[in-house]
Design a protein around this ligand. Structure first.
Ligand code: HEM
Length: 530
């Protein structure tokens, strides 16, 4: 999208904006002169069924709620634009990344994960960082988080994980993600969660502001160039205000005084004209280096250390406009990892593959059927021409008599694109049909140690205190003991400190994997190079 494209989404939304300045009407446009009294038989008599205005008003109200997102239910969003510093045409055919100075409109939604729509902002939790780029080649969604790794390696575990994280089913307590038996039970039994749990117990889980939060695509994705060559890519967002957290006691006070703390901060900063900004960076890995690391690029519980592959800045994201209507825009926006454009493709990361199924499926339910891409916030600015027809709340008036391919009758069926069509990366795949986890996903501790060693002393103490506080609330001693045993593989001192703080037997040093001893200043919050 050229510099002119910056306002393309705004212009499109203009066609849908409505202001209530006209006289009151029904949904069918009939003027209403009295909305205080229902139509009744006599001043004190029963209400009449024929009162179409009252029935319409009440029925519509009865249907105002839609299901909240099954995760990431609470969020805040804003519009803005993304402008490239430099082109990546040597790596990807994606037009919005092709050259310097290309500007693309975006909508971004930040979220907490575990709490319900009305829960507080400043809880200890992961934050979602989802970006919809309205590119001239179609919508591209980068659906990330504020932490670079994830709890599980395979999406088939996602329902288990979320059931363990969400409030317990018998009494719907607690709303707070990190302080209950079922979460710790799951964590203790699934050592692959260890690295992410280190991030969750760190100050990264308490962002001071959405404006001061990093974002990560988490998975390894794939760029594809004009010759069909692939490059592995990890995406990073770096806030230009720096990365800042609250401390635990602050979060507790803020929750009581202003549960909308992060949401309000985003809204007000945009209203004041202090537009939040992030830099997009990429880590690029050649296809032939796929196996050059001591972890698997397809494993979403791993980062690529920045000293091994530096992050290269690509462009800047600016959020400069608040939505007009929370429900219409922030609630109805539908992000999906499979919303890709030519030049960006997936890898075989089993977590990503499951996400590519899950988002569309859940949105078909959440947004009431198959036409939710026509909701204004979801509409691409690129032209849409397909053979999909009908369904609930169809807004398009398709002309012509054909909606199939191929046809010779003409008059309505789109032709295949002669150029610019999406081509999936040509990857050789072979193997037996088996339900196993690759051995290359087996190391659950080295990078957890790497992360711990990268923290400053005060960051380490915050993390230890969080483990003591959160795990200490778990009633089952056996579960506490199991988690401590996992931590012993990360760092013996950490495990002993936590054990002593929560009344379980400190593990012996021999029972832990020897400390892997690697430290990465590039990973530290204080020392983040990008
Ligand atoms: C929602 C990120 C893993 C299923 C979201 C949202 C974000 C996100 C940011 C909120 C989108 C919004 O603002 O509307 C991530 C990341 C993951 C991950 C970074 C791992 C790296 C998964 C997995 C699944 C999943 C493995 C399922 C297999 C969902 C669902 C929603 C959601 C169902 C609700 C979507 C909606 O109702 O619109 N995720 N997620 N996520 N995620 Fe994930």
């Amino acid at each position: 999208m050229s510099t002119d494209g910056r306002d393309a989404k705004d212009r499109q939304l203009d066609q849908h904006r409505t202001d209530s300045t006209e006289p009151l009407t029904t949904e069918t446009g009939v003027r209403v002169g009295n909305t205080d009294n229902s139509l009744r038989a006599g001043a004190r008599g029963p209400t009449l069924l024929e009162d179409f205005h009252a029935r319409e008003k009440i029925t519509h109200f009865d249907h105002e709620r839609i299901p909240e997102r099954v995760v990431h239910a609470r969020g805040a969003g804003a519009y803005g634009h993304f402008t490239t510093y430099r082109g990546l045409a040597d790596r990807t055919t994606a037009h919005f990344l092709r050259g310097p100075g290309v500007t693309t409109p975006v909508f971004v939604r930040f979220s907490t994960v575990a709490g319900s729509r009305g829960s507080a902002d400043t809880v200890r939790d992961v934050r979602g960082f989802a970006v919809k780029f309205y590119t001239e080649e179609g919508n591209y969604d980068l659906v990330g988080n504020n932490m670079p790794v994830f709890f599980i390696q395979d999406g088939v575990k996602f329902p288990d994980f979320v059931h363990a994280v969400k409030p317990e089913p018998h009494n719907e307590i607690p709303q707070a993600q990190s302080a209950h038996d079922t979460l710790w039970d799951f964590v203790g039994l699934q050592p692959e969660t260890t690295h992410m749990m280190m991030w969750l117990m760190s100050d990264r889980a308490l962002p001071r502001s959405y404006r001061m939060m990093q974002g990560f695509g988490v998975h390894t994705f794939r760029f594809v160039d004009a010759e069909g060559r692939g490059t592995f890519v990890k995406f990073h967002w770096r806030p230009l205000l720096g990365t800042h957290s609250l401390v635990w006691d602050e979060t507790q006070r803020v929750q009581g005084k202003d549960p909308d703390y992060n949401r309000r901060d985003l809204w007000e900063s945009i209203e004041r004209g202090q537009f939040p900004e992030w830099e997009l960076g990429v880590q690029l890995v050649e296809e032939e280096d796929e196996h050059a690391f001591d972890f698997d690029l397809l494993d979403a519980t791993k980062i690529i250390p920045e000293e091994q592959v530096p992050v290269q800045p690509v462009g800047k994201l600016v959020l400069d406009r608040n939505p007009d209507n929370f429900f219409a825009e922030t609630e109805q926006v539908a992000f999906h990892t499979a919303n890709v454009v030519p030049g960006i493709d997936f890898t075989n990361d089993p977590l990503l593959q499951a996400r590519n199924f899950s988002y569309l499926d859940t949105q078909l339910l959440r947004l009431g059927g198959s036409n939710f891409q026509q909701i204004p916030v979801n509409r691409p600015v690129a032209p849409v021409s397909d053979n999909q027809r009908d369904g609930f709340a169809q807004h398009r008036v398709h002309r012509g008599k054909t909606s199939y391919f191929p046809n010779r009758v003409g008059g309505g069926c789109p032709a295949l694109a002669e150029e610019g069509g999406y081509h999936h990366y040509t990857e050789k795949v072979e193997g037996q049909k088996i339900r196993v986890r690759s051995e290359s996903f087996a190391d659950h501790y080295s990078q957890a140690t790497l992360f711990y060693n990268s923290l400053a002393d005060w960051e380490k103490e915050h993390l230890r205190a969080a483990f003591r506080f959160e795990l200490g609330k778990c009633e089952e001693l056996e579960v506490r003991q199991r988690v401590v045993a996992n931590l012993n593989h990360v760092d013996h001192g950490l495990a002993v400190n936590v054990a002593e703080g929560i009344g379980v037997v400190p593990p012996s040093a021999e029972d832990g994997t020897p400390n892997h001893g690697r430290s990465s200043p590039a990973l530290s919050q204080a020392n983040t190079t990008f």
